[in-house]
Ligand binder design. Structure first.
Ligand SMILES: NC(=O)c1ccc[n+]([C@@H]2O[C@H](COP(=O)([O-])OP(=O)(O)OC[C@H]3O[C@@H](n4cnc5c(N)ncnc54)[C@H](OP(=O)(O)O)[C@@H]3O)[C@@H](O)[C@H]2O)c1
Length: 290
């Protein structure tokens, strides 16, 4: 098993849930709501991994699923953020560490995840916003691809996309050369990977999820903003994970608030575009998705 990067000196930052350090007040309030109100599921618990679960929508989904009685492994970029989420969500099974901006860390992360055994559900939630071009490519596009290809396939996968996929492009040359891509490009890539996985692994359930424009730390970077409902922004992932409500067995779709979204880039459901993107990933990483 690869060794876990450790920094035992890391102490949690700020107050519980890290308001003004890594979370907004809205996210912290929602974490309190979850802690006080969510009750265990009367059904079969799932084993779930959520990337980027130290803040925002990923942390909210993790908190909710823990309170429902599921087994949840969180993912943090470094030992400091792992210490933060261990303090914030004491019911986690474990926390795996790896900075998705660096593909060697992503490959090591995949080995660590596999060493923990098979998951029922993996939610590819982590994303950089406004990172430098190559880091945006690595964190938001190549890393979710690598994790999908290298980690033992779960029964269900969700990929966090965004309305901004509408303005994204394939950027095949940039992927092949390891150059820069934009955030909208990366959110298009997440959606394309999701629909391609549903096609290539018909035994699995895979969807893209747009959480909406929700008041997380990421959205704060744009300054004043209009808001969608924060709870609805993570409940689609929870609804899919639990798979007990009508319609939650859906696959191969781009979803917004538990419904199929119609405003989707034409490339998302285009099989040629999916194949071109996957071929560029293979050229860049040497890893094939099967
Ligand atoms: N907020 C919105 O309005 C909105 C709209 C559309 C789509 N989305 C999507 O929703 C998802 C969740 O975003 P959010 O709003 O919850 O953002 P957030 O509060 O900034 O949370 C992002 C999470 O991803 C982690 N992460 C980012 N880069 C990473 C890296 N290089 N390695 C490891 N972990 C990394 C962050 O870790 P740190 O805490 O250490 O930074 C954090 O846990 C993202 O995929 C985002 O693109 C958000």
């Amino acid at each position: 098993m690869p060794s876990e990067p450790t920094d035992n000196s890391a102490q949690p930052q700020g107050d519980l849930y890290g308001v003004d350090v890594y979370n907004t007040q809205e996210v912290a309030d929602e974490l309190v709501y979850i802690d006080e109100n969510v009750r265990p599921l009367d059904g079969e618990p799932k084993r779930v991994l959520i990337t980027g679960s130290t803040a925002g929508a990923g942390q909210l989904a993790a908190a909710y699923l823990v309170k429902r009685g599921h087994t949840v492994v969180a993912h943090a970029r470094n030992a400091q953020r792992a210490a933060d989420v261990r303090r914030d969500l004491p019911g986690l099974e474990d926390v795996v560490i790896g900075d998705l901006r660096h593909l060697d860390e992503t490959r090591a992360l995949a080995e660590r995840i596999n060493a923990l055994g098979v998951f029922d559900v993996i939610i590819h939630n982590a994303a950089e916003y406004g990172a430098s071009g190559p880091e945006q490519l690595n964190a938001n596009s190549l890393s979710p691809y690598l994790l999908t290809a290298l980690v033992t396939p779960p029964q269900q996968l969700s990929y966090l996309s965004s309305n901004q996929q509408l303005g994204g492009g394939l950027r095949l040359d940039e992927i092949r050369s390891g150059g820069g891509i934009s955030y909208p490009d990366s959110k298009l890539h997440m959606a394309i990977i999701a629909i391609a996985v549903a096609r290539l692994r018909p035994e699995s359930q895979a969807n893209a999820v747009n959480p909406g424009w929700i008041p997380t730390w990421m959205a704060l970077q744009d300054g004043p903003y209009s808001r969608d409902d924060l709870r609805a922004g993570y409940m689609t992932q929870v609804w899919l994970t639990e798979g007990v409500e009508p319609g939650s067995d859906i696959t191969g779709e781009y979803l917004f608030h538990q419904e199929i979204e119609t405003r989707v880039n034409d490339l998302v459901h285009d099989e040629d575009a999916q194949d071109q993107l996957l071929a560029a990933y293979v050229e860049q990483t040497g890893v094939t998705l099967s």
